[in-house]
Design a protein around this ligand. Structure first.
Ligand code: GLN
Length: 380
């Protein structure tokens, strides 16, 4: 029976492809973004305690009240704005589900959604699944946000703009000035904003995370997406949350309730306690900055040229001095022949720039893993 695909041009996500290849080749896996070290014992103990205490049935659909309160307390503390935990916070099965749900709840057939390439690979297919049209613009040459390109892409059919800071894969961050310019750009329109801020705590060199939450005009039109997996080294938990003004969140929950209904109960109990201790997220920038610096310093001994990384746990490297192969071919060859897996950048683009030779490396790894990878990469 012929199947009419809803996503005819979509294959298997590059993260799965490269992680699988890494396993097959026994390569060091710096491709898919996940830590290779354990979660905090305290967090693990909290989950066990919640399970033993019998918290093993459905959580309330929008999330455990204690966790939603802990989230709003943290957001208030860091960004100075108090979302209503009852009406404006929903706990999700990770950032990707939150993104899917926000798009599903608001993008109508024929709506345009502006996506800034390189962009995380779930954005455009999700828009298409719901009948929207992705409109792709690009970051500037130095991977900075190009406000003019976004302005030029706005039409009367634009329903949503998707932004991501700290940025995966580029490792760049938006500044407060960028947020002001964005507010200027969107003022007077009814364009929604989806702000993917899953790496909020991974911002380096003394900078503070600039969030749309800080900016009332942006916040009022935004879904802001966060991830517990990314920041507490537990990507396999698939836990995150979305924040949005009440009217938007009401629509979000209409979809969420039929998509996942509710999210892992013992993990929600654990996170509700864990989040109450600010040290658990305040120590993250220094922790990851040391890893970034170790990787960057080590890679100076080789022919890859690293681009600056101001945030996230990804750093991109230019391999023009080594090869003029396309990035997928080169990434696969480096995995097979040199034993280090990475992510090529072209899958993050609708139309990859010609002659761009960039790979993304994940540095959320033990020092020994980074050192072993550096040794192999510097021999290429
Ligand atoms: N966010 C992770 C990354 O960028 C991948 C998550 C996934 O594989 N879906 O590598």
């Amino acid at each position: 029976m012929p199947i009419k695909s809803k996503l005819p041009h979509v294959g298997t996500t590059i993260f799965t492809v490269m992680s699988k290849l890494a396993t097959e080749c026994g390569a060091i896996n710096l491709s898919q973004g996940f830590p290779d070290f354990p979660i905090d014992q305290t967090l693990s103990d909290l989950v066990h305690a919640a399970m033993r205490a019998g918290y093993n049935q459905y959580a309330p659909m929008p999330g455990l009240p204690a966790l939603r309160e802990a989230i709003t307390a943290k957001v208030q503390r860091l960004y100075g704005y108090g979302y209503d935990p009852d009406a404006e916070v929903t706990v999700t099965a990770g950032g990707t589900q939150a993104i899917f749900t926000a798009i599903g709840a608001t993008v109508h057939r024929g709506d345009e959604v502006i996506i800034v390439d390189p962009a995380y690979d779930c954005y455009a297919p999700t828009v298409e699944l719901f009948g929207g049209s992705p409109v792709h613009v690009r970051l500037g040459a130095d991977m900075s946000f190009d406000h003019d390109a976004v302005r030029a892409a706005i039409t009367p059919r634009t329903r949503m703009l998707m932004i991501n800071t700290p940025h995966n894969p580029a490792g760049t961050v938006l500044s407060d000035a960028d947020m002001h310019r964005l507010a200027d750009l969107l003022r007077g329109t009814d364009i929604l904003l989806l702000s993917d801020e899953v790496y909020e705590h991974l911002v380096y060199d003394g900078r503070k995370h600039a969030t749309v939450i800080n900016h009332p005009e942006l916040r009022d039109r935004a879904f802001v997406i966060f991830s517990f997996g990314k920041v507490f080294h537990a990507t396999g938990w698939k836990m995150g949350y979305a924040l949005a003004p009440k009217d938007l969140m009401t629509e979000f929950r209409k979809v969420h309730q039929f998509n996942v209904f509710s999210v892992n109960t013992p993990a929600q109990h654990a996170l509700a306690s864990y989040l109450r201790e600010p040290a658990h997220y305040e120590e993250l920038p220094a922790f990851y900055q040391a890893k970034r610096d170790r990787f960057a310093a080590g890679m100076e001994g080789g022919r890859f040229k690293l681009l600056p990384c101001a945030g996230s746990y990804f750093i991109t490297a230019d391999y023009s001095a080594i090869s003029d192969e396309d990035d997928r071919t080169f990434a696969q060859r480096v995995t097979r022949e040199h034993g280090v897996a990475s992510i090529p950048l072209s899958p993050f683009y609708k139309d990859p720039p010609e002659h761009q030779h960039l790979l993304r490396f994940c540095f959320a790894k033990e020092e020994a893993t980074l050192d072993a990878a550096i040794k192999k990469l510097c021999r290429i």
